[in-house]
Write a protein that binds this ligand. Structure first.
Ligand code: ATP
Ligand code: MG
Length: 387
């Protein structure tokens, strides 16, 4: 048990039990063919939930869970995606293949060898061959539809062969749209997966995504490809009680209730920032930890780590988008006319910048003419940096 900035699993994972129960019960029930779509802001704990489920189901005989994250890809293209997804799928079956053929040795060999082995045993041979031939092509963009079909066919066949249900988890699913294959794949790939998805018998799909707008395009709005095909779960930050639990569990010192309240107000219960705060608190030795310590440590985090966490995303924006965010920094809510006055630009122009920022998940519209920066700590960092 310790503070961590990586996805939290096992001892580091707290709460979310009702959700985990529901997901595990549903996903392992062969009679239900719906998977889950997790949607929530950045750093709220989506990956942790998916990884914890993967961990809890790892020893079950009747399912194979395959966790795959699009943000882990080194190259953002369809070829790399297909290769890595197939690898991950085969790794998921590694234990079973070796059990079935009594080849313990296989557990230690590289994935390519398993691939070869699998082909040699005749399992899914035709499908793997087809995929491999396609992936080797360099003369034209790959046939995305064919690859999607074949990859799912492979999943289905492996499930059938080993009599298991395959739970395929794709984290940051909307990023599929941005994979390149000559040009960006676009929404066509989502529609293709949807068509294939309807025919699956041994595979259940779970997805997650952070940027609200893109998840909407993919799964939420009534015009989206996957509308009503997933059980949708919105992942919320922790409340004050849980925020306190997370801190108390890992700190081996007393912490006052007003300190917990301050920690909650500064982080709004977003687990990543609580972890960051906890890690920084471990470098102090005051006891009990009080409100003043929390506020001082939070300031330190903003100056020492804020740039590392936020700069890249911030400087990728256009000049005007950045100016808009600066005009909103540190405020709980901002009125459109107020932002427009600060920027000395017309409200209709500023609305456009805001619309882009909403699509990028950085701003939320609270009500007509009222906006806020989605991430409270990002907002504090901006205020601190540009004051
Ligand atoms: N249930 C939990 N218990 C303890 N810590 C958690 C929990 N969920 C998330 N965290 C912590 O919060 C941080 C972010 O978690 P995670 O990566 O799972 O979020 P995410 O929503 O997938 O973020 P991103 O938008 O960056 O993909 C990590 O430091 C993780 O350890
Ligand atoms: Mg994640």
């Amino acid at each position: 048990m310790s503070f961590t900035l990586k996805p939290a699993i096992k001892d580091n994972f707290i709460d979310r039990e009702p959700l985990l129960d529901e997901m595990i019960t549903t996903l392992t029930n062969r009679k239900i063919d719906m998977g889950f779509a997790l949607i929530g802001p950045r750093r709220v704990g989506k990956t942790s939930i998916l990884r914890e489920i993967t961990h809890r189901l790892a020893n079950r005989k009747d399912v194979v869970v395959v966790y795959f994250c699009l943000w882990d890809l080194v190259e953002n293209n369809l070829r790399e995606f297909s290769r890595q997804l197939i690898k991950t799928l085969l790794v998921g079956f590694r234990g079973r293949i070796s059990v079935k053929y009594k080849l313990k040795r296989l557990l230690q060999v590289p994935v390519e060898t398993i691939y070869e082995f699998l082909k040699a045993t005749g399992i899914s041979l035709r499908i793997l061959d087809e995929i491999e031939i396609e992936l080797r092509r360099k003369d034209r963009p790959l046939d995305a539809n064919m690859l999607v079909e074949r990859i799912f066919a492979l999943t289905e066949e492996l499930g059938r062969e080993y009599r298991v249900r395959v739970i395929l988890i794709i984290d940051e699913f909307p990023s599929l749209i941005d994979l390149t294959n000559g040009k960006k794949l676009g929404e066509g790939v989502i529609r293709k997966i949807r068509t294939v998805h309807e025919t699956l018998e041994n595979t259940v799909l779970c997805i997650s995504g952070s940027i609200r707008k893109t998840m909407e395009i993919v799964a939420l709005s009534s015009s989206s490809a996957f509308y009503r095909q997933f059980i949708i779960k919105r992942i919320e930050p922790f409340d004050e009680l849980l925020s306190g639990q997370l801190l108390e569990k890992n700190l081996k010192r007393r912490i006052t209730s007003s300190a917990i309240e301050a920690a909650y107000n500064l982080t709004k219960g977003i687990p990543f920032y609580l972890q960051l705060l906890g890690r920084q608190l471990e470098r102090t030795d005051v006891e009990p930890i009080n409100k003043e310590v929390i506020e001082r440590v939070f300031e330190e985090i903003l100056t020492e780590e804020g740039d590392i966490i936020f700069s890249e995303e911030f400087y990728r924006l256009s000049d005007r988008e950045r100016a808009t965010l600066r005009a909103m920094a540190g405020m709980e809510k901002s009125k459109l006319n107020e932002i427009s006055r600060r920027l000395e630009e017309g409200a209709n122009v500023v609305s456009k910048y805001l619309a882009y920022l909403i699509i990028k998940g950085m701003v939320r519209k609270e009500e007509r003419g009222v906006y806020k920066i989605a991430d409270p700590v990002f907002s504090s960092w901006l205020k601190e940096k540009f004051r």
